[in-house]
Design a protein around this ligand. Structure first.
Ligand SMILES: Cc1cc2nc3c(=O)[nH]c(=O)nc-3n(C[C@H](O)[C@H](O)[C@H](O)COP(=O)(O)OP(=O)(O)OC[C@H]3O[C@@H](n4cnc5c(N)ncnc54)[C@H](O)[C@@H]3O)c2cc1C
Length: 400
């Protein structure tokens, strides 16, 4: 039996380990030239002390020891529903099951596609991080486009490298999808106190190089910002063409059932590229868990056994850098929600629980993660109970 795994992020590597652990032959295809690495450590590679070797998931020997045939620089070009794949070098290989774990890619907006500037860098791969690392050696001012958690981390780390930093964000408040207005305002205050400039409620329309070798970020409602280079941090996009062209059902991502199997039996998807009936957020931990379950389900598929159900978990937004810390899970409070504030110190700390009736529906923290474990556990318990109730309703049980 042979299993082909496409993509060597946390989902692909975890699936490979589980499947190879049972003695099944596994080939793990990676489009990248270096060993599989932890993407969350890229900001440290770009702006910190981490070297490339420090962010690898495992050493090269590990793959051979585990019985995984790791193929670097081997982008899979097409797959077929009979498990045949073709590689960019033109060769074909045949398997007995496939796992698609190709993750996402950075959103590149039209103003970047139109731009001829060489000073725009996404932060998505190790080579993006190394390019940025090179840039900060000789440059002084950077513009970060996109004020999500990765943009904020890039800005804080850049500031620590004595760079002048501005974050440009099109919404009125930073991270407004994850935090209430009050919490967002505190995040903004704390960033400004750390010398990070913010231009909010402002859309970038163009990025151009200037005759004096600088870069001008042109905006809708502002004069424009001149900097040395731009870091793009606008979230993730997903390329589903590999699956779509094989006739596998896709939506924004590749659709999977509760066993993480796609619409084509024996072809599974895991990690950021997999889409359940309920959408999940991108997360390294979630991808790893999905990879493990997919590994077990591939084995079950090969042995004609019962597959495991993957329980989708709510993914928190969690980030800590030195004394800057933010956390959000579940519902974002609105004016008419029952919000219980846990601190009185409005200027430095915001911690709140959001209730729907007596049920904990969300937790938000800025400036302190005190008791976060306790509240997260309560939240997850409430969610698990909600899911059980959902199943009981679906099956027609009566409430007791
Ligand atoms: C800068 C940055 C910081 C982040 N920080 C955090 C964080 O702090 N916490 C957190 O939980 N998450 C974080 N994330 C998100 C997290 O990294 C992802 O959710 C996670 O890596 C997804 O894992 P995955 O295995 O699904 O895919 P990925 O890790 O994206 O790996 C997919 C791999 O597949 C390869 N591939 C794609 N197409 C092909 C093909 N056709 N053939 C072969 N290989 C292919 C890609 O090159 C890639 O190496 C961060 C992401 C970024 C970019």
């Amino acid at each position: 039996m042979r299993v082909g795994i496409i993509g060597a992020g946390p989902a692909g590597v975890a699936a490979a380990q589980v499947i190879a652990g049972k003695g099944v032959e596994v080939t793990l295809f990676s489009a990248e030239k270096v060993l599989p690495y932890y993407r969350p450590r890229l900001p440290e590679l770009a702006f910190g002390n981490k070297q490339l070797d420090n962010i690898f998931m495992h050493k090269l020997e590990w793959y051979a020891e585990k019985g995984i045939d790791l193929r670097l620089d081997s982008k899979v070009k097409t797959i077929k529903r009979d498990f045949e794949i073709s590689l960019k070098n033109g060769s074909n290989e045949k398997f007995d099951a496939l796992v698609i774990a190709i993750g996402g890619g950075p959103v590149i907006p039209d103003f970047c596609k139109r731009s001829s500037s060489k000073n725009i860098f996404p932060l998505w791969t190790y080579s993006d991080a190394l390019h940025i690392r090179e840039q900060i050696k000789s440059n002084k001012k950077i513009a970060v486009i996109g004020g999500g958690v990765i943009g904020i981390e890039a800005a804080l780390r850049a500031e620590d490298n004595d760079l002048r930093v501005v974050i440009i964000e099109k919404t009125k408040h930073l991270m407004s999808r994850n935090f209430a207005k009050h919490a967002s305002e505190l995040i903004e205050k704390q960033l400004r106190e750390r010398n990070v400039d913010l231009l909010l409620d402002n859309s970038v329309t163009a990025v151009e190089d200037t005759p004096d070798n600088k870069t001008l970020v042109v905006m809708e409602h502002e004069n424009g910002v001149t900097c040395n280079f731009v870091v793009l941090s606008l979230g993730a996009g997903f390329d589903t063409s590999l699956a779509y062209e094989a006739g596998i059902k896709t939506d924004r991502k590749i659709l999977v059932d509760k066993n993480m199997q796609t619409s084509s039996p024996g072809i599974f998807a895991a990690g950021d590229i997999a889409q359940f009936s309920r959408p999940t957020a991108c997360s390294a931990k979630e991808s790893l868990q999905q990879g493990k379950t997919v590994g077990l389900n591939v084995l079950a598929y090969l042995n004609n056994e019962k597959m495991k159900i993957y329980e989708v978990q709510p993914v928190p937004v969690r980030f800590k850098y030195k004394d800057f810390e933010i956390y959000s899970i579940g519902k974002v409070p609105k004016i008419d929600d029952d919000e219980k504030r846990l601190d009185a110190d409005d200027l430095k700390v915001y911690r709140a629980c959001i209730y729907e009736g007596s049920v904990l529906a969300g937790v938000q923290m800025v400036g302190s993660n005190k008791d976060i474990r306790k509240y997260q556990e309560q939240f997850l318990l409430a969610k698990a109970w909600e899911n059980i109730k959902g199943v009981r309703h679906e099956k027609g049980f009566e409430e007791s």
